[in-house]
Ligand binder design. Sequence first.
Ligand code: CA
Length: 624
Amino acid sequence: MQNLYSRIRILLVIALLSGFFSVNIIASPTSLRVEPPFWWSGMHNKELQLVVHAKDVATTTVKMEYEGITIKSLDKVENPNYLFITLELSENIQPGSFNISFIEGKKERYKYKYEIRSRKQGSAQRKGFDQSDVIYLLMPDRFANGDPNNDSQPGMLEKADRKNPSGRHGGDIKGIVQNLDYIRNLGVTGIWLNPLLENNNEAYSYHGYAITDFYKVDPRFGTNKDYVDLVDAAHQKGLKIVMDMIFNHCGINHWFINDLPLKGWIHEFPNFTRSNFRAESLTDPYGAEADRARMLTGWFDTSMPDLDQRNPFVKNYLIQNSIWWIEYADIDGIRMDTQPYPYKEMMSEWAQRVFDEYPNFNIVGEAWMQRESMTAFYQKDSKFGNGYNSNIPSITDFPLRNAITQAFIEPEGWTEGMARIYYVLAQDFLYAHPFNNLIFADNHDLDRFYTSIKGDTDAWKLAMTFLLTTRGIPMIYYGTEYLAEGEEHKGHGEIRKDFPGGWQTDSLNYFTASGRSPIQNEAFNYLQNLLKWRSTNKAVQFGKLKHFIPQNGVYVYFRELDNKKVMILLNNSSDAQSVETERFKESMKGVSRGRNIIGNKPFTFRNTILLEPRQALVIELETE
Ligand code: CA
């Protein structure tokens, strides 16, 4: 294998040097590959597309026999090393296995034992993450190194180098499993893991967004079974797992890129052509076709070939892959990378097919847009789709994130401070399902939140209080709980630093209270208190939202469900403020007291409520 990789590497370097950006690196397959490697009985969709890859496999005759399976079509493409076999599975097909034989003349040239597995009980009814959850985002390479022996692997191009901010640092699945109690104890209810699948690339392979095998966990993180065990262990602790998937592109060293099946598998150009990253052009009524084409077909990076999801083979390959991982690993949700970048018709069909199999599942699409309206377009049932429906229930709320990073560190104004948040939420009429928005203060691509707010701990507390009490599904990026800092423009390594204590040689250990500084513990405890309370309060999770126009830097809102009510008061002003209770009477009928969650103290209402400078109150209301 090492020789093959070296050869690919040399050819790749030649290709890069010659500026030749249609991929034409031909590497003959050395063995038979069939994907998906196995499937299940009793799935909603009765069709199954197998991609078969082996030297000259298209010249063979396919023979297989299994009760309840028929070959619907057998497609040969330009490259004789591929066969696409579409199977039809009957309703009552029994679990079992059978041989697929590839015959040449009278000789069996290849053989694959295909397995039809039985589904886990209740698999189709699995419940995806929702507003009751708070998702913790972590980058597996940077969280904890549970197995230092797997950091570098023979046959894999990039070796571990912890001194390189852009290199692999050795974090792995075992490290996550070892710290599940820490994550659960923080009070979150789910984990979104940046991609874990194989990224056998020369550099920057740690982040996982240049996949070279869609069916295999990267050995530097662990095995497929390790991943399944992680999901199982997380479930036992009451934590959901959200898997990160990418349909827009794959890694340049993906096996099917090294031996392309046909023209139209990826977008090819005479010279390297990068996407313009302007997803806004797609919904722009005045958008130029040239801009839209560049957005959709340009490559994300030189190392990331852009897949053509209009090709039915590519489309089925990706859709089946996502369903395979849900069924195989028992995950609770998908985070789809770069949602606007693949063709939107394919994304809609994909989501529909996932929900046909799992009606109660959830998907969040990364729609990194600058405005509310453009974000709303990518959510299921958009009112402005003009006939288009993405079928994706949840989308990333970047407009709200942008407001959060500014609102708590600037003086109040007509459109500044709390008004900034007010104006974002006041546009929720644009969204079909605003309560399904994924809300956050930062993520793996953005300045660390504590840096955005210039290390202002009061602003941090106000923002975290807001994030965990407003509408939506909150997401917390690892490190937020210990006030991690980092600026994106200095390199992604700065915002994806190793979790101190995740490596045996670390001198600091932020996994324990004694390892954290007093100010870090203050932040951790503040967040933990809110998270644990949020996980028990249905009104703050699902309740309707009513907010009052901010006045003098004070933003007041209510969450209400059935007879449960929560009142939140955020004083963003650096002065003490007193607010008249009378103004909120439409939401306070029969209320005279409550309990302030922050500090866990009884709270008695009088005609005025006094707020200390930059104080947050979260009051569970008691009605008489
Ligand atoms: Ca490791």
